[in-house]
Design a protein around this ligand. Structure first.
Ligand SMILES: Nc1ncnc2c1ncn2[C@@H]1O[C@H](COP(=O)(O)OP(=O)(O)OP(=O)(O)O)[C@@H](O)[C@H]1O
Length: 315
């Protein structure tokens, strides 16, 4: 969907990014992560030409982005940023409909789309006529994402979209993004400096340092086969094990045996959450239920130490 071939950007004689070769595939959730000043935002902004690259080529759907009129290009890409940039004197509905208004959608079609997006982002319809300053930070972020999705863009570009939020709201919005990505199947490129956010969201993770790509691949590849010490240090040598647990779900480690007593874990929880439950409850086996709340087996503490899930484990 988006391909960088030997792309560089030079600001005042300094290479902000150097010789990037990247492929953000159609439908993938790609995440750029790295040290501060490593060139993540610059990379993202080159995609919608907020920053023009100096060397190399960037292809969008097979076409050189330089050959496409900037406005036409940007219309095909939603953009959501940390500072949100909502218009303060416009209501929530007007903010979400910004691009629809530019594209001259009819009032009724635009209203219906706003309703649909508010429902998708979990915004109550009673917020429709409020102004941004009458919303919480999390609600504002949701409006920002709804606005970016309004015209059903082929690509969603997100720069630290949850950066300013408290951990609880942040986790809720991350879940929301996973759900929306599954539902809409859009190509997403997101910049973050939060390692756990990156590991949770990414299908394809790109780790940058000093304007270059140090390693790219799936989160599992990065954690289990780090290319060098920089990658190892970046993901936190001492926390590697816990981070690996966050990539694995309880359902891969289930034992199909009679449920034991206690508050059940859900089979779609991560093993990291399960580990917390074991520690909090000081036990070594917990019951597990499925999404419908039906008991489906047990999870044993010692099974968390196994390297790979093997599906069914004999009781
Ligand atoms: N408009 C600009 N003019 C001059 N230098 C710039 C400009 N934008 C970015 N830079 C420089 O380019 C480099 C990469 O910046 P960029 O914002 O892409 O990094 P980043 O990885 O997103 O950083 P952070 O995580 O701190 O936001 C930095 O050295 C920065 O100072």
């Amino acid at each position: 969907m988006i391909e960088f071939n030997n792309v560089s950007k030079i600001f005042a004689g300094q290479r902000a990014v150097n010789n990037l070769n990247l492929h953000f595939k159609t439908g993938a959730f790609s995440v750029l992560i790295g040290t501060s000043g490593s060139g993540k935002s610059t990379t993202l902004k080159m995609i919608n030409r907020l920053v023009e690259h100096d060397e190399g080529t960037i292809l969008f759907a097979g076409e050189d982005i330089r050959q496409q009129p900037v406005l036409a290009l940007r219309r095909r890409m939603g953009y959501a940023i940390q500072s949100i940039g909502l218009f303060p004197h416009w209501t929530v509905a007007q903010n979400i409909a910004t691009v629809l208004h530019l594209q001259k959608w009819s009032r009724s079609k635009s209203n219906a789309r706003v309703d649909e997006l508010m429902a998708l982002l979990g915004l109550e319809s009673s917020l429709r006529e409020r102004f941004p300053h009458q919303l919480s930070g999390g609600q504002q972020q949701r409006v920002g994402v709804a606005r970016a999705l309004a015209a059903d863009p082929e690509v969603l570009l997100m720069d630290e979209p949850f950066g300013a939020l408290d951990p609880v709201t942040r986790a809720a919005l991350q879940q929301e993004m996973v759900r929306i990505h599954r539902l809409l199947g859009r190509t997403i490129v997101l910049v973050t400096h939060d390692i756990d956010e990156a590991l949770q969201l990414a299908d394809h993770l790109v780790l940058m340092d000093s304007g270059e790509v140090v390693q790219q691949g799936t989160p599992l590849d990065m954690l289990t086969a780090p290319r060098n010490d920089f990658v190892r240090e970046f993901f936190g040598r001492s926390e590697l094990g816990v981070r690996l647990l966050s990539l694995r779900q309880v359902r891969g480690y289930l034992r199909h045996e009679q449920p034991v007593d206690g508050e059940p874990l859900r089979d779609d929880m991560s093993l990291r959450e399960a580990l917390s439950a074991f520690v909090a409850r000081q036990c070594d086996v917990l019951p597990v239920c499925d999404a419908q709340g039906q008991p489906c087996g047990t999870l044993h503490f010692r099974d968390l130490l196994r390297v790979e899930a093997s599906g069914d484990i004999p009781a």
